[in-house]
Design a protein around this ligand. Sequence first.
Ligand SMILES: NC(=O)c1ccc[n+]([C@@H]2O[C@H](COP(=O)([O-])OP(=O)(O)OC[C@H]3O[C@@H](n4cnc5c(N)ncnc54)[C@H](OP(=O)(O)O)[C@@H]3O)[C@@H](O)[C@H]2O)c1
Length: 384
Amino acid sequence: MKKINIALLGASGSIGQNTLEVLRFHKDRFNLIAVSVHRNIKKLEEIIQEFKPRYAVITSEVNYSKKDIKILRGIDGLKEVAALPDVDTVVVATAGTVGVFPTINALRSGKRVALANKETLVSFGGIVKKIESESSGEIIPVDSEHSAIFQLFTRFEREEIQDIVLTASGGAFRNLSREDMKRVTMEDALKHPTWSMGKKITVDSATLMNKGLEVIEAYWLFSMDLEHIKVVIHPQSIVHGMLTLKDGAIVAHLSIPDMKIPIQYALTYPERIESPVKNLDLTEIKKLEFYEPDYNRFPLLKLAYDVLKDGGTMPAVMNASNEIAVYAFLDGKIGFLDIERVVFQTVEKHKIIYNPSLHDLLEADKWAREYANHLIQEISKEKN
Ligand SMILES: NC(=O)c1ccc[n+]([C@@H]2O[C@H](COP(=O)([O-])OP(=O)(O)OC[C@H]3O[C@@H](n4cnc5c(N)ncnc54)[C@H](OP(=O)(O)O)[C@@H]3O)[C@@H](O)[C@H]2O)c1
């Protein structure tokens, strides 16, 4: 069997490390050809030692050199490894909007993109999907909910499907009142009830922005009208996605919450093979609950639907301002509820551009970051 050659971007992160576990488990199936990290040279050294990739990309300014491996730099480095002739699949697991550049290059070079990076579809969905449709490349989703829907979607005819249902754990503050949310700390927000993930996405789960971003991702991945993309709160995170079919039947995808399952599926699709994850025992779980999301306590989820309806540059602006606000919260500069304040005010201030080019989207992203930073400074002044 020919081994699948992998470029893993964001190898030092949570998705990156889970991907390496999959590759370790299936040494006979995969070769790691290229990796990227931003700053984490210690992890890079470990990966080079174990997997011996031929290329390493470093996207920050940190100094690093090594014999017997080609070191590339920055976005150009990500783009270069994404298009290497002997790479079959590019796993895009970097944090932030930078993921769009290697994704586009990989698609144009006819690769499979195992896409974890949400920002790529949230901010640039229209452009990325157009490039995918014009190329021989393909996007296979890695986000667990979208992987679940993808696995179900391919089993039915389009006209048989009525709704996509994405599940949300509800995050760290599922049962908290708005009053109590005023006082939560960063440590509280990072206590995710069911998933172990990077810090940014864990805070996004606590605001339910993560689910909002996923609604937008689902819209682009499955070309489904927005009113047919539903969200339910499911605290156990066992059901990852469901389809409501035209006859009223619901089909669901269940597994223990472990990213190695969707990562592996994106690498092996359409084949399904043994994974390093233990099987789900429903008799242990016993109870599966589902609730309506509370848009009043978690207004960012509602905002995601609204900006997608607005269209144009609006989702990119929401995403960029959210990213800045979440990192400001993680740096202790603003409170938890200030995240939504920054995002709402940035979105309100933005002058939308319809049918944006990639350049327009990048400019809108840049503007949103600057404006969000300005708001954060104002909030910090208020506090002191
Ligand atoms: N974690 C999950 O379970 C999960 C699930 C679904 C989707 N996702 C999505 O997958 C992506 C990665 O999430 P994660 O939780 O794995 O994040 P993470 O743990 O924070 O890891 C991020 C990775 O990206 C690199 N990175 C950071 N800043 C970068 C920059 N400016 N340019 C290029 N690379 C950069 C990091 O390198 P250093 O370590 O060197 O800084 C690291 O390798 C996100 O878009 C997230 O929304 C994650």
